[in-house]
Design a protein around this ligand. Sequence first.
Ligand code: F6P
Length: 554
Amino acid sequence: MATLISECSEWKDLQSVAGATTKTHLRELLKDEERCKSMITSYDGIFLDYSRQQVTTEVMKKLLNLAEAAHLKEKIESMFNGDRINKTENRSVLHVALRAKRDEVIHSDSKNVVQEVWDVLDKIKDFSERVRNGSWVGATGKPLTDVVAIGIGGSFLGPLFVHTALQTAPDVAEFCKGRQLRFLANVDPIDVAQSLDGLSQETTLVVIVSKTFTTAETMLNARTVRSWIISALGPNAVAKHMVAVSTNLKLVKDFGIDPNNAFAFWDWVGGRYSVCSAVGILPLSLQYGFSVANKFLQGAESIDKHFKTTSFEKNIPVLLGLLSVWNVSFLGYPARAILPYCQALEKFAPHIQQLSMESNGKGVSIEGVPLPFAAGEIDFGEPGTNGQHSFYQLIHQGRVIPCDFIGVIESQQPIYLSGEAVNNHDELMCNFFAQADALAYGKTNEELKAEGVPEHLVPHKTFSGNRPSLSILLPNLSPYTIGQLLSIYEHRIAVQGFIWGINSFDQWGVELGKSLASHVRKQINATRTKGMPVSGFNYSTSTLLKHYLKVNSD
Ligand code: F6P
Protein backbone atom coordinates (compact mmCIF):
# COMPACT_ATOMS: atom_id res chain seq x y z
CA MET A 1 0.00 0.00 0.00
CA ALA A 2 1.18 3.53 -0.74
CA THR A 3 2.07 5.59 2.32
CA LEU A 4 -0.92 7.81 1.70
CA ILE A 5 -4.18 6.40 0.45
CA SER A 6 -4.49 9.34 -1.96
CA GLU A 7 -1.47 8.02 -3.84
CA CYS A 8 -3.09 4.71 -4.76
CA SER A 9 -4.72 4.12 -8.12
CA GLU A 10 -8.12 3.32 -6.54
CA TRP A 11 -8.24 6.84 -5.04
CA LYS A 12 -7.24 8.41 -8.36
CA ASP A 13 -9.82 6.30 -10.14
CA LEU A 14 -12.54 7.74 -7.91
CA GLN A 15 -11.19 11.26 -8.43
CA SER A 16 -11.44 10.80 -12.16
CA VAL A 17 -15.16 9.95 -12.06
CA ALA A 18 -16.33 12.35 -9.35
CA GLY A 19 -17.05 15.32 -11.63
CA ALA A 20 -19.00 13.29 -14.15
CA THR A 21 -21.00 11.51 -11.44
CA THR A 22 -22.49 14.69 -10.03
CA LYS A 23 -23.44 15.84 -13.52
CA THR A 24 -26.07 13.12 -13.69
CA HIS A 25 -28.89 14.64 -11.67
CA LEU A 26 -30.37 12.55 -8.85
CA ARG A 27 -33.67 13.00 -10.66
CA GLU A 28 -32.24 10.77 -13.38
CA LEU A 29 -30.46 8.35 -11.03
CA LEU A 30 -33.66 7.76 -9.07
CA LYS A 31 -35.46 6.61 -12.21
CA ASP A 32 -33.28 3.51 -12.32
CA GLU A 33 -35.09 1.06 -10.04
CA GLU A 34 -32.38 -1.59 -10.29
CA ARG A 35 -29.85 0.93 -9.03
CA CYS A 36 -32.16 1.95 -6.18
CA LYS A 37 -32.82 -1.66 -5.26
CA SER A 38 -29.11 -2.31 -4.96
CA MET A 39 -28.80 0.67 -2.61
CA ILE A 40 -31.29 -0.51 0.00
CA THR A 41 -30.12 -2.89 2.66
CA SER A 42 -31.26 -3.98 6.10
CA TYR A 43 -30.00 -5.82 9.13
CA ASP A 44 -31.71 -6.83 12.37
CA GLY A 45 -34.56 -4.34 11.92
CA ILE A 46 -32.38 -1.45 10.70
CA PHE A 47 -33.20 -0.28 7.20
CA LEU A 48 -30.78 1.80 5.12
CA ASP A 49 -31.58 3.49 1.79
CA TYR A 50 -28.67 5.34 0.20
CA SER A 51 -30.14 5.65 -3.30
CA ARG A 52 -30.23 9.44 -2.88
CA GLN A 53 -26.44 9.61 -2.61
CA GLN A 54 -24.65 10.94 -5.68
CA VAL A 55 -23.31 7.52 -6.57
CA THR A 56 -23.75 5.06 -9.39
CA THR A 57 -23.31 1.32 -8.96
CA GLU A 58 -19.96 1.85 -10.70
CA VAL A 59 -18.87 4.34 -8.05
CA MET A 60 -19.92 1.92 -5.31
CA LYS A 61 -17.68 -0.73 -6.86
CA LYS A 62 -14.81 1.73 -6.96
CA LEU A 63 -15.40 2.64 -3.31
CA LEU A 64 -15.24 -1.05 -2.44
CA ASN A 65 -11.96 -1.23 -4.36
CA LEU A 66 -10.72 1.69 -2.30
CA ALA A 67 -11.69 -0.20 0.86
CA GLU A 68 -9.56 -3.07 -0.31
CA ALA A 69 -6.64 -0.79 -1.16
CA ALA A 70 -6.90 0.73 2.33
CA HIS A 71 -6.86 -2.79 3.86
CA LEU A 72 -10.16 -2.05 5.55
CA LYS A 73 -10.91 -5.69 6.32
CA GLU A 74 -7.55 -6.23 7.95
CA LYS A 75 -7.90 -3.00 9.95
CA ILE A 76 -11.33 -4.03 11.26
CA GLU A 77 -9.91 -7.41 12.23
CA SER A 78 -6.97 -5.74 13.92
CA MET A 79 -9.34 -3.65 15.98
CA PHE A 80 -11.40 -6.68 17.09
CA ASN A 81 -8.18 -8.63 17.76
CA GLY A 82 -7.01 -6.03 20.26
CA ASP A 83 -3.94 -4.96 18.28
CA ARG A 84 -2.52 -1.62 19.40
CA ILE A 85 -3.99 0.30 16.48
CA ASN A 86 -4.04 3.56 18.45
CA LYS A 87 -0.37 3.91 17.69
CA THR A 88 0.35 7.35 19.13
CA GLU A 89 -0.93 6.21 22.52
CA ASN A 90 0.21 2.62 22.07
CA ARG A 91 -3.24 1.27 22.93
CA SER A 92 -5.73 -1.29 21.69
CA VAL A 93 -9.15 -0.02 20.63
CA LEU A 94 -11.65 -2.40 22.13
CA HIS A 95 -14.93 -0.65 22.87
CA VAL A 96 -16.54 -3.67 21.18
CA ALA A 97 -15.44 -5.75 24.19
CA LEU A 98 -17.65 -3.58 26.42
CA ARG A 99 -20.75 -5.16 24.91
CA ALA A 100 -19.43 -8.64 24.20
CA LYS A 101 -21.45 -11.55 25.52
CA ARG A 102 -20.17 -13.01 28.80
CA ASP A 103 -18.77 -16.13 27.15
CA GLU A 104 -16.95 -14.32 24.32
CA VAL A 105 -13.19 -14.09 24.28
CA ILE A 106 -11.48 -10.86 23.20
CA HIS A 107 -7.82 -10.37 23.92
CA SER A 108 -5.73 -7.35 24.71
CA ASP A 109 -2.11 -8.24 25.44
CA SER A 110 -3.06 -11.95 25.47
CA LYS A 111 -5.54 -11.35 28.27
CA ASN A 112 -9.27 -12.01 27.83
CA VAL A 113 -10.77 -8.63 28.66
CA VAL A 114 -14.40 -9.79 28.51
CA GLN A 115 -14.08 -11.32 31.97
CA GLU A 116 -12.98 -7.95 33.44
CA VAL A 117 -15.78 -6.17 31.59
CA TRP A 118 -18.35 -8.47 33.12
CA ASP A 119 -16.83 -8.16 36.60
CA VAL A 120 -17.51 -4.42 36.39
CA LEU A 121 -20.97 -4.94 34.87
CA ASP A 122 -21.83 -7.31 37.74
CA LYS A 123 -20.61 -4.72 40.22
CA ILE A 124 -22.75 -2.04 38.52
CA LYS A 125 -25.78 -4.33 38.62
CA ASP A 126 -25.31 -5.04 42.31
CA PHE A 127 -24.65 -1.41 43.28
CA SER A 128 -27.44 0.08 41.19
CA GLU A 129 -29.93 -2.44 42.53
CA ARG A 130 -28.96 -1.59 46.10
CA VAL A 131 -29.33 2.14 45.45
CA ARG A 132 -32.62 1.64 43.64
CA ASN A 133 -34.17 -0.68 46.22
CA GLY A 134 -33.08 1.52 49.11
CA SER A 135 -30.64 -0.87 50.74
CA TRP A 136 -27.82 1.60 49.98
CA VAL A 137 -28.85 4.80 51.73
CA GLY A 138 -27.32 8.22 52.27
CA ALA A 139 -25.63 9.53 55.41
CA THR A 140 -28.93 10.34 57.11
CA GLY A 141 -30.55 7.04 56.20
CA LYS A 142 -32.62 8.32 53.29
CA PRO A 143 -32.74 6.51 49.93
CA LEU A 144 -30.76 8.15 47.13
CA THR A 145 -33.28 9.02 44.46
CA ASP A 146 -31.29 11.60 42.49
CA VAL A 147 -28.05 11.14 40.61
CA VAL A 148 -25.72 13.88 39.35
CA ALA A 149 -23.14 12.57 36.87
CA ILE A 150 -20.15 14.93 36.64
CA GLY A 151 -18.06 14.56 33.48
CA ILE A 152 -17.32 16.25 30.17
CA GLY A 153 -16.76 15.30 26.51
CA GLY A 154 -16.86 11.54 26.10
CA SER A 155 -17.61 11.23 29.80
CA PHE A 156 -20.84 13.14 29.25
CA LEU A 157 -22.18 13.38 25.69
CA GLY A 158 -22.78 9.67 25.06
CA PRO A 159 -24.57 9.03 28.37
CA LEU A 160 -26.63 12.22 27.84
CA PHE A 161 -27.68 11.06 24.36
CA VAL A 162 -28.74 7.62 25.62
CA HIS A 163 -30.50 9.02 28.69
CA THR A 164 -32.42 11.53 26.57
CA ALA A 165 -33.43 8.81 24.14
CA LEU A 166 -34.54 6.44 26.92
CA GLN A 167 -36.50 8.76 29.12
CA THR A 168 -39.58 8.74 26.90
CA ALA A 169 -39.40 5.04 25.96
CA PRO A 170 -42.66 3.38 27.03
CA ASP A 171 -41.36 0.21 28.66
CA VAL A 172 -38.66 2.14 30.43
CA ALA A 173 -40.71 4.81 32.19
CA GLU A 174 -41.93 2.36 34.84
CA PHE A 175 -38.34 1.68 35.91
CA CYS A 176 -37.46 5.27 36.73
CA LYS A 177 -40.48 6.55 38.64
CA GLY A 178 -39.42 8.98 41.36
CA ARG A 179 -35.81 9.05 40.17
CA GLN A 180 -33.80 11.78 38.45
CA LEU A 181 -30.57 11.67 36.48
CA ARG A 182 -28.81 14.96 35.82
CA PHE A 183 -25.47 15.82 34.23
CA LEU A 184 -22.92 18.44 35.20
CA ALA A 185 -20.41 19.01 32.42
CA ASN A 186 -19.51 22.66 32.06
CA VAL A 187 -17.26 24.31 34.65
CA ASP A 188 -19.50 27.36 34.28
CA PRO A 189 -21.15 28.09 37.66
CA ILE A 190 -24.44 28.34 35.78
CA ASP A 191 -24.23 24.61 34.97
CA VAL A 192 -23.35 23.84 38.60
CA ALA A 193 -26.38 25.82 39.78
CA GLN A 194 -28.71 24.23 37.22
CA SER A 195 -27.61 20.69 37.88
CA LEU A 196 -28.02 21.02 41.66
CA ASP A 197 -31.13 23.18 41.60
CA GLY A 198 -33.82 21.80 43.89
CA LEU A 199 -31.78 18.75 44.92
CA SER A 200 -31.23 17.80 48.54
CA GLN A 201 -27.81 16.51 49.57
CA GLU A 202 -29.53 13.85 51.69
CA THR A 203 -31.03 12.12 48.65
CA THR A 204 -28.33 12.80 46.05
CA LEU A 205 -25.70 10.41 44.74
CA VAL A 206 -22.83 11.99 42.80
CA VAL A 207 -21.00 9.99 40.13
CA ILE A 208 -17.68 11.50 39.06
CA VAL A 209 -16.94 10.26 35.54
CA SER A 210 -13.47 10.86 34.17
CA LYS A 211 -11.23 8.49 32.29
CA THR A 212 -8.07 10.30 33.42
CA PHE A 213 -9.43 11.81 36.65
CA THR A 214 -7.35 14.88 35.80
CA THR A 215 -9.66 16.87 33.51
CA ALA A 216 -9.60 20.37 34.99
CA GLU A 217 -13.29 21.15 34.58
CA THR A 218 -14.50 17.81 35.92
CA MET A 219 -12.17 17.85 38.90
CA LEU A 220 -13.13 21.40 39.87
CA ASN A 221 -16.81 20.51 39.55
CA ALA A 222 -16.19 17.37 41.62
CA ARG A 223 -14.53 19.43 44.39
CA THR A 224 -17.34 22.00 44.25
CA VAL A 225 -20.03 19.35 44.57
CA ARG A 226 -18.07 17.55 47.30
CA SER A 227 -18.14 20.84 49.27
CA TRP A 228 -21.87 21.06 48.62
CA ILE A 229 -22.33 17.55 50.10
CA ILE A 230 -20.03 18.21 53.07
CA SER A 231 -21.63 21.59 53.83
CA ALA A 232 -24.91 19.82 54.63
CA LEU A 233 -23.87 16.36 55.80
CA GLY A 234 -20.25 16.55 57.00
CA PRO A 235 -17.09 14.96 55.59
CA ASN A 236 -18.03 11.35 56.39
CA ALA A 237 -20.96 11.60 53.97
CA VAL A 238 -18.64 11.50 50.95
CA ALA A 239 -18.35 7.71 51.27
CA LYS A 240 -22.10 7.30 50.91
CA HIS A 241 -22.82 10.07 48.43
CA MET A 242 -19.92 10.03 45.97
CA VAL A 243 -18.73 7.27 43.65
CA ALA A 244 -16.47 7.38 40.60
CA VAL A 245 -15.93 5.90 37.15
CA SER A 246 -12.34 6.05 35.93
CA THR A 247 -9.31 4.20 34.59
CA ASN A 248 -7.19 5.99 37.21
CA LEU A 249 -8.20 4.30 40.44
CA LYS A 250 -5.24 5.76 42.35
CA LEU A 251 -6.44 9.33 41.78
CA VAL A 252 -9.99 8.28 42.67
CA LYS A 253 -8.68 7.08 46.02
CA ASP A 254 -6.60 10.25 46.52
CA PHE A 255 -9.78 12.26 45.95
CA GLY A 256 -11.28 10.53 48.96
CA ILE A 257 -13.55 8.00 47.30
CA ASP A 258 -13.56 4.50 48.73
CA PRO A 259 -11.98 2.20 46.08
CA ASN A 260 -14.92 -0.16 46.65
CA ASN A 261 -17.11 2.59 45.24
CA ALA A 262 -15.02 3.05 42.10
CA PHE A 263 -16.05 1.51 38.79
CA ALA A 264 -13.13 0.79 36.52
CA PHE A 265 -12.63 0.89 32.81
CA TRP A 266 -9.53 0.53 30.72
CA ASP A 267 -7.11 2.50 28.57
CA TRP A 268 -8.29 0.52 25.53
CA VAL A 269 -11.59 2.42 25.72
CA GLY A 270 -11.37 5.86 24.11
CA GLY A 271 -13.29 8.57 25.99
CA ARG A 272 -15.72 9.23 23.13
CA TYR A 273 -16.19 5.46 22.65
CA SER A 274 -16.86 4.87 26.36
CA VAL A 275 -20.64 5.10 26.68
CA CYS A 276 -20.89 1.28 26.88
CA SER A 277 -18.42 1.18 29.79
CA ALA A 278 -19.28 2.18 33.36
CA VAL A 279 -19.18 5.77 32.01
CA GLY A 280 -22.66 5.25 30.59
CA ILE A 281 -23.82 2.01 32.12
CA LEU A 282 -23.52 3.11 35.76
CA PRO A 283 -25.65 6.29 35.49
CA LEU A 284 -28.11 4.54 33.16
CA SER A 285 -28.44 1.54 35.48
CA LEU A 286 -29.01 3.83 38.45
CA GLN A 287 -31.78 5.58 36.55
CA TYR A 288 -33.43 2.74 34.62
CA GLY A 289 -32.12 -0.46 36.16
CA PHE A 290 -29.40 -2.74 34.84
CA SER A 291 -31.73 -4.79 32.62
CA VAL A 292 -32.54 -1.73 30.50
CA ALA A 293 -28.86 -0.75 30.23
CA ASN A 294 -28.04 -4.34 29.29
CA LYS A 295 -30.55 -4.27 26.39
CA PHE A 296 -28.75 -1.19 25.12
CA LEU A 297 -25.48 -3.16 25.21
CA GLN A 298 -27.13 -6.04 23.35
CA GLY A 299 -28.23 -3.69 20.56
CA ALA A 300 -24.70 -2.38 20.16
CA GLU A 301 -23.37 -5.94 20.12
CA SER A 302 -25.75 -6.93 17.32
CA ILE A 303 -24.18 -4.29 15.07
CA ASP A 304 -20.65 -5.22 16.17
CA LYS A 305 -21.32 -8.75 14.86
CA HIS A 306 -22.75 -7.38 11.63
CA PHE A 307 -19.79 -5.03 11.17
CA LYS A 308 -17.28 -7.79 11.81
CA THR A 309 -18.82 -10.50 9.68
CA THR A 310 -21.01 -9.07 6.88
CA SER A 311 -19.58 -8.58 3.42
CA PHE A 312 -18.90 -4.93 2.68
CA GLU A 313 -21.66 -4.65 0.00
CA LYS A 314 -24.26 -5.21 2.73
CA ASN A 315 -22.37 -3.91 5.73
CA ILE A 316 -24.22 -0.84 7.03
CA PRO A 317 -21.35 0.91 8.90
CA VAL A 318 -18.94 0.17 6.05
CA LEU A 319 -21.32 1.53 3.40
CA LEU A 320 -21.99 4.63 5.47
CA GLY A 321 -18.28 5.19 6.05
CA LEU A 322 -17.44 4.80 2.37
CA LEU A 323 -20.21 7.19 1.35
CA SER A 324 -18.91 9.79 3.80
CA VAL A 325 -15.40 9.45 2.37
CA TRP A 326 -16.88 9.87 -1.11
CA ASN A 327 -18.78 13.01 -0.10
CA VAL A 328 -15.87 14.62 1.74
CA SER A 329 -12.84 13.62 -0.29
CA PHE A 330 -14.15 13.27 -3.82
CA LEU A 331 -17.21 15.50 -4.05
CA GLY A 332 -15.74 18.15 -1.73
CA TYR A 333 -18.67 18.45 0.69
CA PRO A 334 -17.06 19.20 4.06
CA ALA A 335 -20.13 18.92 6.30
CA ARG A 336 -22.76 16.35 7.25
CA ALA A 337 -26.16 17.06 8.80
CA ILE A 338 -27.57 14.52 11.24
CA LEU A 339 -31.33 14.87 11.19
CA PRO A 340 -33.29 12.50 13.40
CA TYR A 341 -37.04 12.73 12.94
CA CYS A 342 -37.50 11.84 16.57
CA GLN A 343 -37.40 14.29 19.46
CA ALA A 344 -35.93 11.66 21.79
CA LEU A 345 -32.79 11.70 19.61
CA GLU A 346 -32.19 15.40 20.24
CA LYS A 347 -28.81 14.71 21.85
CA PHE A 348 -27.66 12.31 19.14
CA ALA A 349 -26.06 14.95 16.89
CA PRO A 350 -24.04 16.54 19.73
CA HIS A 351 -22.69 13.09 20.63
CA ILE A 352 -21.80 12.27 17.02
CA GLN A 353 -20.21 15.69 16.69
CA GLN A 354 -17.61 14.74 19.30
CA LEU A 355 -17.33 11.13 18.16
CA SER A 356 -16.69 12.12 14.57
CA MET A 357 -14.86 15.43 14.82
CA GLU A 358 -12.52 14.40 17.65
CA SER A 359 -11.83 11.09 15.91
CA ASN A 360 -11.31 12.18 12.33
CA GLY A 361 -10.36 15.84 12.57
CA LYS A 362 -6.71 15.06 11.84
CA GLY A 363 -4.07 16.64 9.62
CA VAL A 364 -1.56 13.79 9.35
CA SER A 365 -1.68 10.11 8.49
CA ILE A 366 -1.18 7.45 11.15
CA GLU A 367 2.51 7.46 10.13
CA GLY A 368 2.69 11.22 10.75
CA VAL A 369 2.74 12.27 7.10
CA PRO A 370 0.81 15.52 6.35
CA LEU A 371 -2.38 14.73 4.48
CA PRO A 372 -2.74 16.26 1.02
CA PHE A 373 -6.53 16.07 1.47
CA ALA A 374 -8.88 17.17 4.25
CA ALA A 375 -10.00 14.37 6.57
CA GLY A 376 -12.96 14.51 8.93
CA GLU A 377 -16.15 16.43 8.43
CA ILE A 378 -18.19 19.10 10.15
CA ASP A 379 -21.09 17.38 11.88
CA PHE A 380 -24.14 19.16 13.13
CA GLY A 381 -27.83 18.53 13.41
CA GLU A 382 -31.18 18.96 15.07
CA PRO A 383 -34.28 16.84 15.18
CA GLY A 384 -36.79 17.29 12.39
CA THR A 385 -39.06 18.99 11.93
CA ASN A 386 -37.50 21.73 14.11
CA GLY A 387 -34.40 21.93 11.90
CA GLN A 388 -36.61 22.57 8.86
CA HIS A 389 -37.62 25.87 10.40
CA SER A 390 -34.04 26.74 11.20
CA PHE A 391 -31.15 25.83 8.88
CA TYR A 392 -32.75 23.79 6.07
CA GLN A 393 -32.97 26.91 3.89
CA LEU A 394 -29.20 26.72 3.44
CA ILE A 395 -29.32 22.99 2.76
CA HIS A 396 -31.99 23.41 0.07
CA GLN A 397 -30.77 26.49 -1.77
CA GLY A 398 -27.36 27.35 -0.34
CA ARG A 399 -24.50 24.95 0.23
CA VAL A 400 -24.62 21.25 -0.51
CA ILE A 401 -24.61 19.34 2.78
CA PRO A 402 -25.14 15.58 2.68
CA CYS A 403 -27.91 14.71 5.13
CA ASP A 404 -28.54 11.67 7.28
CA PHE A 405 -32.30 11.34 7.78
CA ILE A 406 -33.07 9.05 10.72
CA GLY A 407 -36.68 7.98 11.18
CA VAL A 408 -38.52 5.69 13.59
CA ILE A 409 -41.46 3.59 12.41
CA GLU A 410 -43.24 3.25 15.75
CA SER A 411 -43.40 6.32 17.96
CA GLN A 412 -42.25 6.02 21.57
CA GLN A 413 -45.35 7.85 22.71
CA PRO A 414 -49.04 7.11 22.40
CA ILE A 415 -50.63 9.14 19.67
CA TYR A 416 -53.51 11.34 20.76
CA LEU A 417 -55.86 11.16 17.85
CA SER A 418 -57.19 14.48 16.73
CA GLY A 419 -59.75 12.67 14.62
CA GLU A 420 -57.63 13.19 11.52
CA ALA A 421 -56.36 10.26 9.47
CA VAL A 422 -52.81 11.58 9.56
CA ASN A 423 -51.70 11.63 13.18
CA ASN A 424 -48.78 13.52 14.76
CA HIS A 425 -46.30 10.74 14.12
CA ASP A 426 -47.46 10.38 10.50
CA GLU A 427 -47.07 14.14 10.06
CA LEU A 428 -43.53 13.95 11.42
CA MET A 429 -42.72 11.10 9.06
CA CYS A 430 -44.34 12.86 6.07
CA ASN A 431 -41.58 15.40 6.48
CA PHE A 432 -38.94 12.69 6.88
CA PHE A 433 -39.91 11.24 3.48
CA ALA A 434 -40.55 14.56 1.74
CA GLN A 435 -37.31 16.33 2.69
CA ALA A 436 -35.12 13.66 1.11
CA ASP A 437 -37.03 13.98 -2.17
CA ALA A 438 -37.07 17.78 -2.05
CA LEU A 439 -33.28 17.74 -1.78
CA ALA A 440 -32.86 15.15 -4.52
CA TYR A 441 -35.35 16.45 -7.10
CA GLY A 442 -35.49 20.18 -6.45
CA LYS A 443 -37.82 22.31 -8.52
CA THR A 444 -37.06 23.63 -12.00
CA ASN A 445 -37.71 26.98 -13.67
CA GLU A 446 -40.09 25.24 -16.05
CA GLU A 447 -42.13 23.76 -13.23
CA LEU A 448 -42.37 27.15 -11.56
CA LYS A 449 -43.37 28.90 -14.77
CA ALA A 450 -46.01 26.25 -15.43
CA GLU A 451 -47.39 27.02 -11.97
CA GLY A 452 -47.69 30.67 -12.96
CA VAL A 453 -44.96 31.95 -10.65
CA PRO A 454 -44.13 35.56 -11.68
CA GLU A 455 -40.90 35.82 -13.69
CA HIS A 456 -39.04 37.90 -11.10
CA LEU A 457 -39.65 35.27 -8.38
CA VAL A 458 -38.62 32.27 -10.45
CA PRO A 459 -34.87 32.42 -9.55
CA HIS A 460 -35.72 32.76 -5.86
CA LYS A 461 -38.12 29.84 -5.89
CA THR A 462 -35.92 27.51 -7.92
CA PHE A 463 -34.38 24.51 -6.16
CA SER A 464 -31.41 23.03 -7.97
CA GLY A 465 -31.93 19.62 -6.32
CA ASN A 466 -29.24 16.97 -6.80
CA ARG A 467 -28.41 17.23 -3.11
CA PRO A 468 -27.43 13.95 -1.47
CA SER A 469 -28.99 12.34 1.55
CA LEU A 470 -29.49 8.89 3.01
CA SER A 471 -32.32 7.48 5.06
CA ILE A 472 -32.08 5.20 8.07
CA LEU A 473 -35.30 3.72 9.45
CA LEU A 474 -35.43 2.13 12.89
CA PRO A 475 -38.40 -0.08 13.84
CA ASN A 476 -38.77 1.78 17.16
CA LEU A 477 -36.64 3.65 19.65
CA SER A 478 -35.94 1.15 22.42
CA PRO A 479 -32.85 0.47 24.55
CA TYR A 480 -31.87 -2.14 21.94
CA THR A 481 -32.20 0.07 18.84
CA ILE A 482 -30.49 2.98 20.61
CA GLY A 483 -27.53 0.63 21.11
CA GLN A 484 -27.67 -0.34 17.44
CA LEU A 485 -27.68 3.28 16.31
CA LEU A 486 -24.71 4.12 18.50
CA SER A 487 -22.67 1.19 17.23
CA ILE A 488 -23.49 1.98 13.57
CA TYR A 489 -22.08 5.49 13.93
CA GLU A 490 -19.06 4.41 16.01
CA HIS A 491 -18.05 1.94 13.31
CA ARG A 492 -18.90 4.26 10.44
CA ILE A 493 -16.51 6.85 11.87
CA ALA A 494 -13.80 4.22 12.35
CA VAL A 495 -14.27 3.11 8.72
CA GLN A 496 -13.73 6.69 7.54
CA GLY A 497 -10.53 6.92 9.57
CA PHE A 498 -9.32 3.51 8.34
CA ILE A 499 -9.82 4.61 4.73
CA TRP A 500 -8.18 7.98 5.22
CA GLY A 501 -5.29 6.20 6.93
CA ILE A 502 -5.43 8.35 10.06
CA ASN A 503 -5.58 7.52 13.76
CA SER A 504 -9.24 7.97 14.75
CA PHE A 505 -8.51 7.10 18.36
CA ASP A 506 -6.21 9.84 19.65
CA GLN A 507 -7.01 13.53 20.23
CA TRP A 508 -3.81 15.54 20.51
CA GLY A 509 -5.61 18.54 19.07
CA VAL A 510 -7.28 19.24 22.41
CA GLU A 511 -4.00 19.55 24.35
CA LEU A 512 -2.68 22.98 23.33
CA GLY A 513 -5.72 24.88 24.57
CA LYS A 514 -5.59 22.94 27.87
CA SER A 515 -1.95 23.86 28.49
CA LEU A 516 -2.47 27.53 27.61
CA ALA A 517 -5.43 27.60 30.03
CA SER A 518 -3.10 26.38 32.74
CA HIS A 519 -0.78 29.42 32.19
CA VAL A 520 -3.80 31.70 32.52
CA ARG A 521 -4.92 29.82 35.65
CA LYS A 522 -1.51 30.42 37.25
CA GLN A 523 -1.68 34.11 36.37
CA ILE A 524 -5.17 34.53 37.86
CA ASN A 525 -4.05 32.73 40.99
CA ALA A 526 -0.92 34.92 41.31
CA THR A 527 -2.88 38.14 40.74
CA ARG A 528 -5.68 37.21 43.12
CA THR A 529 -3.50 35.87 45.93
CA LYS A 530 -0.33 37.96 45.64
CA GLY A 531 -1.36 40.94 43.54
CA MET A 532 1.15 39.90 40.84
CA PRO A 533 0.85 41.95 37.62
CA VAL A 534 -0.30 40.31 34.44
CA SER A 535 2.76 39.38 32.38
CA GLY A 536 4.03 36.98 29.76
CA PHE A 537 1.05 37.19 27.41
CA ASN A 538 0.68 38.93 24.06
CA TYR A 539 -0.86 42.40 23.96
CA SER A 540 -4.34 41.19 23.19
CA THR A 541 -4.57 38.46 25.85
CA SER A 542 -2.90 40.65 28.41
CA THR A 543 -5.39 43.51 27.80
CA LEU A 544 -8.34 41.13 27.97
CA LEU A 545 -7.03 39.53 31.18
CA LYS A 546 -6.45 42.87 32.86
CA HIS A 547 -9.94 43.93 31.90
CA TYR A 548 -11.35 40.68 33.31
CA LEU A 549 -9.34 40.95 36.52
CA LYS A 550 -10.09 44.67 36.75
CA VAL A 551 -6.40 45.47 37.31
CA ASN A 552 -4.82 48.65 35.95
CA SER A 553 -3.45 48.56 32.45
CA ASP A 554 0.08 49.91 32.20
O1 F6P B 1 -11.83 16.84 25.12
C1 F6P B 1 -10.77 16.02 25.31
C2 F6P B 1 -11.08 14.82 26.18
O2 F6P B 1 -9.86 14.23 26.47
C3 F6P B 1 -12.04 13.84 25.53
O3 F6P B 1 -11.45 13.01 24.62
C4 F6P B 1 -12.58 13.16 26.73
O4 F6P B 1 -13.74 12.45 26.44
C5 F6P B 1 -12.81 14.34 27.65
O5 F6P B 1 -11.70 15.18 27.39
C6 F6P B 1 -12.93 14.02 29.10
O6 F6P B 1 -11.82 13.33 29.60
P1 F6P B 1 -11.87 12.52 30.93
O7 F6P B 1 -12.88 11.44 30.81
O8 F6P B 1 -10.49 11.99 31.14
O9 F6P B 1 -12.24 13.48 32.04
